[in-house]
Design a protein around this ligand. Structure first.
Ligand SMILES: Nc1ncnc2c1ncn2[C@@H]1O[C@H](COP(=O)(O)OP(=O)(O)OP(=O)(O)O)[C@@H](O)[C@H]1O
Ligand SMILES: [Mg+2]
Length: 346
């Protein structure tokens, strides 16, 4: 078990800085998920922790040891990638045992560890199969098993589920989370997938352009995003943002150059709502209607801006109609229009 700590961590390729001095302490046993747009430096950060990429400046600590110059093998971390390399000519058992290839353990101890990992991952009935006879999710579990048998102090996952279909991803999400609960190992996990980040993380780290914007528990980020970027990045569909003015707790759409931006999540902006005294009211022409089953997303146009609101299932909303959507007080996020930093709620 171990903490991972990044102190003023910098990475440059040639003269180009891609990580700009980030600080982060990942607690022992914590599950931290890195999210951010493509190219923001998630994989680079993970690869520096693993020792696969040299550090340009700052420090990486595992436990209380600075590991900047420590060989990847000596860091005792397990890495699982999107393109997990499992060997087609080896059985599941042999593939998992490959993780112990250089281990000094006795043959019997190795066999026991492989059996334990197989059992923990639900692979026991499949141990003698070849990878070709496994589903994508089962193959991913073999790759995790191979990483697990080494008793790593932490796991590093770089988009491990992105090659799987939606149903398998949903299943593996639960399995990895469950594995974490049982092993209690520190995990740093990179994903593009909102749902993975929200459901698996103890803490989400939102990155942009080589900086950390916010590192907080999922619901804290969802409820209190620090800026417009984070507000729009976490939550699906994205938070609506409109120029606004505020007076007496009520926010109204503004023309011209406002000094406020108002943000409201589609799930807080309700078509056909009869709440009295709303915090924000938006009216516009419907451009698209998306029935999702339990609710319907309504896209409408307000002064040239595309807004998404929620309507009840089987609602009468049609394209071209005029709709009014209301957000209750307390559910309107306010941002400074210049800095785009959060300023609380209305
Ligand atoms: N070997 C390299 N040489 C030069 N630049 C690199 C190298 N590897 C990565 N970069 C650059 O560093 C930045 C961060 O890349 P990184 O792979 O960490 O992004 P990422 O957040 O993992 O993106 P994605 O979500 O697409 O995987 C990008 O601008 C990328 O082009
Ligand atoms: Mg990446």
């Amino acid at each position: 078990m171990a903490t991972f700590e990044l102190r003023g961590l910098i990475k440059a390729y040639g003269k180009t800085r891609v990580i700009h001095g980030i600080d982060l302490l990942i607690a022992d046993g914590e599950f931290v998920v890195f999210v951010g747009p493509s190219g923001c430096g998630k994989s680079t950060t993970l690869r520096m922790i693993a020792g696969l990429e040299e550090v340009t400046g700052g420090e990486i600590r595992i436990g209380d040891r600075v590991v900047n110059e420590v060989d990847p093998k000596e860091r005792n971390l397990a890495m699982v990638f999107q393109n997990y390399a499992i060997y087609p000519h080896m059985s599941v058992r042999q593939n998992i045992a490959f993780g112990l290839y250089t281990s000094p353990l006795s043959k019997a101890d190795k066999a026991r560890k492989v059996d334990e990992a197989g059992a923990l991952l639900g692979l026991t009935p499949l141990l003698d199969r070849r990878p070709a006879a496994l589903s994508g999710g089962q193959r991913q579990r073999v790759a995790i098993g191979r990483a697990m048998v080494r008793d790593p102090v932490g796991f590093l996952f770089d988009e491990p589920l992105s090659n799987l279909d939606a149903q398998l991803r949903a299943q593996m999400r639960i399995e990895i989370k469950d594995l974490h609960r049982r092993l209690g190992t520190t995990i740093a996990y990179v994903t593009h997938d909102q749902v993975e980040a929200m459901t698996m993380a103890d803490r989400i780290v939102v990155m942009k352009d080589g900086h950390i914007l916010q590192a907080a528990p999922p619901m804290e980020i969802y409820d209190n995003p620090v800026d417009v970027f984070t507000a729009r990045f976490i939550g699906t569909p994205s938070m609506n943002i409109v120029p606004a003015t505020q007076s007496g707790g009520v926010v109204t759409l503004a023309e011209g150059d406002p000094n406020l931006l108002a943000g409201v999540r589609p799930h807080d902006l309700l078509v056909g709502s009869t709440i009295a005294d709303p915090g924000l009211t938006l009216t516009g022409t419907v451009t698209a209607v998306e029935p999702l089953g339990p609710e319907t997303l309504v896209h409408f146009d307000v002064a040239g801006r595309s807004i998404i609101a929620t309507a009840p299932a089987h609602g009468p909303v049609t394209i071209g109609a005029t709709v009014t959507a209301l957000a209750p007080r307390g559910h309107v996020h306010l941002f400074d229009a210049g800095t785009e930093k959060a300023m609380g709620r209305a």
